[in-house]
Design a protein around this ligand. Structure first.
Ligand SMILES: NC(=O)C1=CN([C@@H]2O[C@H](COP(=O)(O)OP(=O)(O)OC[C@H]3O[C@@H](n4cnc5c(N)ncnc54)[C@H](O)[C@@H]3O)[C@@H](O)[C@H]2O)C=CC1
Ligand SMILES: CC(=O)N[C@@H]1[C@@H](OP(=O)(O)OP(=O)(O)OC[C@H]2O[C@@H](n3ccc(=O)[nH]c3=O)[C@H](O)[C@@H]2O)O[C@H](C(=O)O)[C@@H](O)[C@@H]1O
Length: 448
């Protein structure tokens, strides 16, 4: 049933009656939870993905996003109920659907040069099935202005904007809490092409999100909200890193100072660490930097430089610790714990482990690695040798905050290692406890 022109409560009613067909383009870490949640709330959902294996798994009621708690049950339940199915045919899905949601990757390279091909490919497919009264929503994070750049492609359908609706409703969640967040952790931000579209889209998201909807004045404003959330994080992490380096110089423990400072409600010092990885936080700043013609976003650019310098600082701390025991990095056995960019998710995009391993090897160290979410092939791909024990290791570097690394058996490790050195790049161990076991323990902001 077409939703354009309905009031939000009418949308909720037809949604519950199973009269709304939604096509979700991109069945990844974000798209599959979203598709399953829409189906679980009564919509008839068609998932679209270019990956035939994913389409096949979903149609068998299987979930490929293993790190997402509750998702396997939700996919199975809704596929069996006939509310969720998948296809690789994006044009066919558009013909069936009343609402099309684009949540495919919006990637950028190191310098933020965008790779939006997946978004434009989906827009082309949608244009082949777009009908009067349909609504197209982008949920993928994208540079402000990108959603409206799809209008000429969508109008290849022969329809003019206004005969179909266009909106941006950014995905404000992360792997590990997607279902919780999509259904009610934060209000949904929505910006739309016109009042009718806004009204209908509010009805769609109020159906699945108990935190409700915050409408903003334009599509571009909605895109900026999401990008700014990420830039806020990147700049604040850079501030934490810079203050932590100052603490090292002055013999302070940054975390002790930060925790005390953060008791003031207006202070939110973030965590210093080995660097900022992922598809999101290190990328979004470039969306603003690249679009700045008159303004000079030098704070945002400097923050990026600070965060990207942290992997090198981790290597410096390792050299310092080895020197304490009369060893140089050359010829030392170093074990990197963690290859993924953060704990609990198997993603390598801009993972700090990559430059750390590279630089350690340039210094002549023998580099080993272990990560509970990875394989020996992953380690090899990044230039390290897979090692699950601590025998003959001179220094451990924790680069990823996997929960498995929070309870290391320090007694046993101390016996196995050649030299007892831990560089904690994610502040996950208790300094006093580690030092009690005779380790040299450094972390960003604490080299006491
Ligand atoms: N991963 C996260 O924590 C968050 C991601 N986002 C945003 O969500 C979007 C998707 O991210 P993820 O789900 O993490 O990516 P992902 O890489 O996990 O999944 C993307 C899916 O899209 C499919 N795909 C790629 N090109 C396609 C095309 N042309 N047509 C149909 N399907 C296509 C891929 O096969 C894959 O299954 C991105 O824009 C990202 O910025 C937003 C918030 C959090
Ligand atoms: C505020 C927030 O938590 N943003 C989330 C973020 O998810 P993401 O998976 O990128 O994880 P993240 O916790 O931001 O970490 C990114 C990187 O930054 C590092 N990091 C994070 C926080 C911190 O205080 N210090 C720090 O060094 C992490 O180790 C990691 O390498 O980016 C997501 C996104 O925008 O796609 C966003 O939806 C998520 O809510």
């Amino acid at each position: 049933m077409k939703l354009l022109g309905l009031k939000r409560d009418e949308v909720k009613q037809v949604f519950k009656e199973g009269k709304v067909t939604i096509a979700v383009y991109g069945l990844g870490k974000m798209g599959l939870p979203l598709a399953a949640v829409f189906a679980d709330h009564g919509a008839d959902v068609i998932g679209v993905d270019i990956n035939e294996k994913i389409v096949e798994m979903v149609n068998m009621g299987e979930n490929h996003v293993k790190e997402e708690p509750g998702l396997s049950e939700l996919v199975k339940k809704n596929v069996e109920a006939g509310r969720l199915r998948a296809t690789t045919d994006g044009a066919w899905a558009a013909k069936q659907a009343d609402v099309m949601i684009i949540i495919v990757p919006t990637l950028a390279d190191e310098k933020g040069n965008l790779k939006l091909d997946p978004v434009y490919d989906v827009a082309e497919k949608i244009s082949q099935g777009l009908e009067k009264g349909d609504i197209v929503i982008t949920e993928a994070t994208m540079p402000p202005g990108t959603t409206e750049s799809l209008i000429p492609i969508l109008e290849k359908s022969g329809l003019k904007l206004g005969e179909f609706g266009l909106a941006h409703a950014p995905e404000r969640t992360m792997t590990g809490t997607a279902i919780r967040d999509i259904t009610g952790q934060y209000p949904k931000i929505v910006g739309a092409s016109d009042e009718k579209t806004l009204e209908a889209v509010i009805g769609i998201y109020e159906t699945i999100n108990k935190k409700g909807v915050i409408p903003v004045s334009s599509i571009k404003a909605a895109e900026a909200v999401k990008v700014f959330e990420g830039i806020y994080r990147d700049v604040n992490i850079a501030l934490a890193n810079e203050l932590a380096l100052w603490c090292e110089e002055h013999g302070l423990d940054a975390l002790e100072v930060f925790r005390a400072a953060n008791t003031q409600p207006y202070c939110h010092l973030h965590m210093p660490g080995a660097g900022v990885g992922g598809h999101c936080i290190p990328i979004y700043p470039w969306f603003v930097i690249n679009l700045a013609k008159k303004t000079n976003p030098h704070l945002i650019k400097t923050a990026r430089e600070i965060n990207d310098s942290m992997p090198h600082h981790i290597v410096e701390l390792t050299i310092k610790a080895l020197n304490e025991v009369g060893k140089s990095l050359k010829g030392s056995n170093v074990l990197v714990l963690g290859l993924t960019f953060r704990g609990g998710v198997r993603e390598f995009m801009k993972s700090p482990a990559i430059p750390i391993i590279k630089e350690l090897k340039e210094w002549g160290a023998k580099v080993y690695a272990y990560d509970p979410l990875c394989t020996p092939e992953d380690a090899k791909r990044f230039g390290a040798e897979w090692k699950k024990d601590f025998k003959n290791i001179d220094a451990i570097i924790i680069v990823t905050d996997h929960k498995e690394f929070k309870n290391l058996d320090l007694d046993k490790i101390a016996k196995d290692m050649n030299n007892k050195i831990i560089i904690d790049g994610r502040n996950i161990l208790d300094a006093k406890k580690v030092e009690k076991n005779g380790f040299i323990y450094y972390r960003v902001g604490r080299v006491i």
